[in-house]
Structure formats: C-alpha cells, structure tokens
Design a binder for this molecule. Structure first.
Ligand code: C2O
Ligand code: CU
Length: 495
C-alpha cells in the first residue's frame, strides 16, 4: 500500500510540507487568484479549482483603498446540470464576487441596482457607520432600479464577513444575492494551512431549474423557515476539493442560506475551530461536527487523513432546530473531499491561535431583556420582539461608550439565530461570566425555550441599529427590532 510507494516524489513533497508553517502568509494569494503551485504549499495541483471564488477587481491604485464596482441583476445561472435558473445575482454569478482587503483599508463599492425592484447592500458583521449599513430608512433610502449608491467605509477588523440585501430579504437572498468580504490582517499568525472560502447556501429550484414562489408553502413554511433542496458550496452542487493526506487546509465558512442550519460531518476527520464571526478566537476547539447557523462564520483547520486516493463525502447532517426540522430527514452530500493518491505526509504540528480577548467589564451595566415571540390574532400569526412586530416597535435605547447585557429569550418552537448589526458582542454564561474561549460574535443561536446572554460595548457610532432573527422568513414576518444609540446628553430622535 502507500507507505511502500513513498518515493522520491513523496519525499520532495514531504520537504515542501515541512516548510508549511510559514508558506502562505495572509498576503499569499489563496482563494480568488491563481492557485499557488503544488510544491509551494503541499496541496495537490488545482486543489481548489472547483471552489475558487471570483474576486471583485480593485480599480483603485491606492494600495490602502480597495474600490470595486458591483451590479445587481437577474442572470441565467446553471446550478443543476443541463438547466439554467434566472437567479438574482451580483455581477452575474452566485455567489457574488469576493471582496478582499487588509484590515484598516478603505473599501469603496460603486453599486448599481439593475434588479426589477429596490434593494440595498448590508455588510454583515462589519463595524461601519450606520449610513453604510444598508437598512432601508435607518441607513438611507433603498436603492431603486437603475440607481447607484457608493458604499464607502474602513474595515476595522480582520475576519470573514459577507454582504447581502436588506430589502425583501428572504426573496432576494434566497434567489442568489450574497457574497463575501475577506479582511486579512498581515500581522496575524500564518501557518494554519492554505485557505479556501466556502460560502454555503441553498436554493429552491425544481428539476427544470425554475425558482419556487417566495410564498411557497404558506404560513407553515414561514414559521419553519424556507430551505431549498439544492445545497450549494460557492454556488455549486457537491463540488470537489482536493487535498493531500497530512497537509492541513484552513476552511473559512459562512452560512448564507435563508433559514437552513448547516451541520457538517466529514467522516474520519475533526474540525479544529480557530475563529468565528469576529476573527480568531483565543484557543482552538476540536469538533466532530460543525454547526453553522444562518449568518454565522467559522474558521476551521482540517488535517486530511485516510487512504490516499480516497474520496470522502462531506455531509449535511440534519440539525434539530425545533419542531419538525430534523424529523425523518436524510443526510445529504455537500462536498467531495478527494485525497491525492501520491505524496502523503505526516501532519505538522499546528500552531494555536494566540489572540487574547479581554472579557467585557459587566459590572454596573444596563440590562436589556428581549424575547423572540409569536402572537396569534384572528387566525393569523405575528412574529416579533417582545410581542411587537417590526414596524410597530419602539426602539431599545443605548448610549455610545456604554456596555449593556442583553438576555435574549425564545418562547417559540424553533431556534432563532440572533444577529445584531454594527457591533460585536461576547456570549456570557447564565451566571454572567464570559463563555470560554472568549470570542467576538455578531450572530448567536437562541435555542428553543432557552435564553442567551450577551455583553455589548457600544463604540462611537450613534444611529438606529437593527437586530433580528437571521432566519430571514422570520425577520420578514416581523422578528426584527431597533436599537437607538445616542451620544450621552444628545436628544433622542427617530428618523
Ligand atoms: Cu445578515 Cu440584518 O443581516
Ligand atoms: Cu427566527
């Protein structure tokens, strides 16, 4: 078997793999540009060819400014073999192009809306001014068909972020509008492996490639959260990722589905989670299965093991997020992980993330209590926050510089992924101590009939900030609220 086959080629690869701890710095062209030659990294040739995301072209000569043009339009995209789908796209493809920047860079996006209806772009997870946040009315008017808007902000944090509309979200995101924004920190420790960005989603398309109606399934589907039957990784059904036994890969994953929770299993492998929504975490966590809720990101290292030449199916595993969501559902294939038949190496010692995140000081803070609720009135249901659907609510209040502890409850039969715009938070244990390892998050799961506590320290960006359930069907049905952040002493005003 393969140990006998280790020959000169394999020892050359072994040498290459030994230098693996320094090879691909944060500046290394990983996903998006041409693949580095196999010898430089130890990955098989063309290892991520099937998954490399298009990169948005930087048109600005200033090295600290990334300026791209993005157009939203309906385009025919092929998801199922032999069919095309009239998808809603950024620049003609699903997902939209990846934008890459370094931490501290200025990012300018000249956006044109050529869709048949209004839209906006929301920059999920980015701590940017409220005017750039893409929430109609609170950030500015929605962008009408034929109009352009210039998004212009500085990216203050390293991590994987993503962008999507905040107008008719279930429909617009569900039909294909999402992309990634990867912010690198050149000072961040390299050596976690060659990285690839995986944007997970699903689409509701029939065997002819036609999209389902947005209200298909009616009220029950809204409560359940619409999940499409076509599971996609970077817009592809069951794509191939190549690997070499022993040579680590760093997967930066975002869940961009409307409602689906992704629970992943890669038989024979563990996921070593080194980061999340807001960049690296303080200590690696080893996981048998990986759960990524809608809107959330994970950063994991995978060390390929197994028989060289084997193909391992990464599966979507049903996750019980409440009533009926895992019942009688099979696992589904998501990605083919192919092990190169030549050149297995013994895995290197992986570095550990060394980021130190201080816990927020939660003594003498304001407590805020919110709850995801459902009310049934005259045979109709209303989803909301504290019994009030979005649009009828009074904003919650906060002040710049203040720290608040929120307790988020859930009285309904389904889990809800809570997302706050514009700020990171830390998740706390029930007794108020920080949940270890400490990490910065912007999206957290609130399980059925449970409570989650989070601490948030507001910086100096006053405005009306949105929070909501990231099951977009729930958000559209009213499960959204506002946080009005004012400067101390300044009068409160609603737009
Ligand atoms: Cu991805 Cu309002 O969120
Ligand atoms: Cu919800």
């Amino acid at each position: 078997m393969y140990p006998q086959r280790i020959t000169r080629l394999a020892s050359a690869l072994l040498l290459a793999a030994c230098s693996f701890s320094q090879p691909s710095g944060p500046f290394a062209p990983d996903s998006g540009t041409s693949p580095p030659p196999a010898a430089a990294t130890g990955q098989p040739k063309g290892w991520d060819d099937d998954l490399r995301l298009r990169l948005a072209e930087d048109r600005n000569p200033d090295p600290r400014t990334v300026e791209v043009n993005i157009e939203a339009r309906v385009s025919q995209v092929s998801f199922l073999p032999g069919t095309t789908t009239p998808a809603w796209t950024y620049d003609g493809g699903v997902p939209g192009p990846m934008i890459r920047a370094n931490v501290g860079d200025r990012v300018i996006v000249n956006f044109t809306n050529n869709l048949p209806e209004e839209t906006t772009i929301h920059w999920h997870g980015l701590r940017i001014p409220v005017e750039m946040d893409g929430v109609p009315k609170h950030s500015g008017p929605a962008i009408r068909p034929g109009e352009t808007f210039r998004y212009d902000f500085t990216v203050p944090d390293a991590g994987l972020f993503w962008y999507h509309p905040h107008f008719h979200s279930t429909a617009q995101v569900g039909d294909g509008l999402y992309g990634t924004l990867l912010v690198d920190d050149p000072k961040e420790l390299a050596g976690f492996g060659d990285s690839v960005v995986l944007q997970l989603s699903d689409m509701s398309i029939d065997e002819k490639g036609r999209l389902s109606a947005h209200d298909a399934g009616g009220m029950f589907s809204t409560l359940f959260g619409r999940e499409g039957g076509a599971l996609l990784v970077n817009g592809k059904l069951n794509p191939v990722l190549r690997a070499r036994v022993g040579v680590p890969q760093r997967w930066r994953i975002v869940n961009s589905a409307r409602s689906r929770y992704f629970q992943l299993s890669l038989p024979g492998h563990k996921f070593v989670r080194i980061g999340g929504d807001g960049g690296l975490i303080g200590r690696a966590i080893e996981l048998e299965q990986l759960v990524i809720i809608p809107g959330e990101r994970v950063d994991v290292v995978v060390v390929p093991t197994g028989q060289p030449g084997a193909e391992i199916s990464m599966r979507w595993v049903p996750y019980d997020r409440g009533y009926g969501t895992a019942f009688n559902r099979p696992e589904e294939p998501l990605m083919r992980f192919q092990l190169a038949s030549d050149g297995a190496v013994s895995p290197p010692q992986l570095p550990s993330p060394t980021r130190v995140i201080a816990p927020l000081d939660t003594k003498d803070v304001t407590e805020v209590n919110i709850e995801f609720t459902r009310n049934d009135i005259d045979g109709k249901f209303f989803l909301g926050i504290n019994g009030i659907p979005s649009g009828h609510d009074e904003p919650f209040k906060g002040q710049t510089g203040e720290t608040q502890v929120w307790t988020i409850g859930n009285r309904i039969d389904w889990d809800h992924p809570f997302h706050l715009h514009g700020f990171f938070f830390q998740v706390l244990n029930a007794d108020g101590t920080p949940k270890e390892p400490i990490e910065w998050k912007d999206t957290v799961n609130v399980p059925v009939k449970k409570q989650v506590k989070i601490a948030i320290k507001y910086d100096d960006r006053p405005g009306m900030w949105m929070f909501h359930c990231h099951i977009l069907d729930h958000a559209d049905a009213g499960m959204m609220g506002m946080l009005e952040l004012t400067k101390p002493g300044a009068p409160s005003h609603q737009p």
